[in-house]
Design a protein around this ligand. Structure first.
Ligand SMILES: [Zn+2]
Length: 237
């Protein structure tokens, strides 16, 4: 699994369960963190009067701790945020990561987010890099990759980003890891309960879509995703 995250916290809030679930099943998970979210998602540290380099170091340490809890390897590009600038160089860096990690599954942001231009920028570069990494003639180390499916994780304001859940992933068995990973990010403490509540709501939807609507209590928690490419299957299920 390869997770392309614009900022230091994104992969934790939006895909921490998917990551922990894959890792707990012995799959190799790599998080590629394009920036530390140092300017746009570190308001608390700025308010405390900290300097840019200090904030980047704090966010890097937090993200590394969260990735370790989830069982993922993490790489940092330090490409800057607000704005995260799309460039051939950064896209090439992502291509290299694709060819090295050779993911069977790719997770990244939605292609629309009117609240945060860095998220779609990360998604565009991730999708472009995936296609370039498939091309035999693209000059980058390693062999061309196949066509791993891409799942877009849930943005903070889903209705505003054209996000409709297409896939509901049951993360109940690893939710304690996701919560612990979220608690590695005190710079964004206001998100912990928000994403715990969201997991409960998505879990309720999962149950409704999985069986009869009996209204019975349950403790299922879930994460929602959209797909970019068609599901490939021999069996409709
Ligand atoms: Zn972000």
């Amino acid at each position: 699994m390869l997770v392309v995250s614009a900022h230091a916290g994104d992969f934790v809030w939006r895909a921490g369960g998917a990551i922990a679930l894959a890792a707990s099943r012995g799959q190799r998970v790599t998080v590629l963190c394009l920036s530390f979210g140092e300017r746009g998602e570190s308001a608390k540290a700025w308010r405390e009067g900290r300097k840019l380099d200090e904030i980047k170091a704090i966010r890097r340490d937090e993200a590394a701790s969260a990735a370790a809890v989830l069982g993922a390897a993490i790489e940092f590009c330090d490409a800057g945020d607000y704005p995260l600038r799309e460039s051939d160089e950064l896209t090439d860096r992502i291509v290299r990561c694709f060819r090295q990690a050779r993911p069977a599954v790719v997770l990244t942001h939605t292609l629309a987010d009117p609240y945060n231009g860095d998220h779609p920028a990360a998604a565009r570069m991730a999708l472009q890099a995936r296609v370039l990494a498939q091309a035999a003639g693209y000059d980058s180390p390693g062999e061309p990759i196949g066509a791993p499916p891409v799942f877009l994780f849930e943005p903070h304001q889903p209705e505003m980003c054209g996000f409709t859940p297409q896939v509901l992933l049951d993360i109940s068995e690893v939710f304690d890891l996701k919560r612990r990973a979220m608690e590695c990010l005190p710079a964004q403490q206001h998100m912990w309960d928000y994403y715990t509540d969201l997991a409960r709501r998505r879990g309720t939807q999962l149950q409704r879509n999985a069986g009869p609507n009996l209204g019975l209590p349950h403790d299922t928690v879930a994460e929602a995703f959209m797909r970019v490419y068609p599901q490939v299957t021999r069996v409709l299920a």
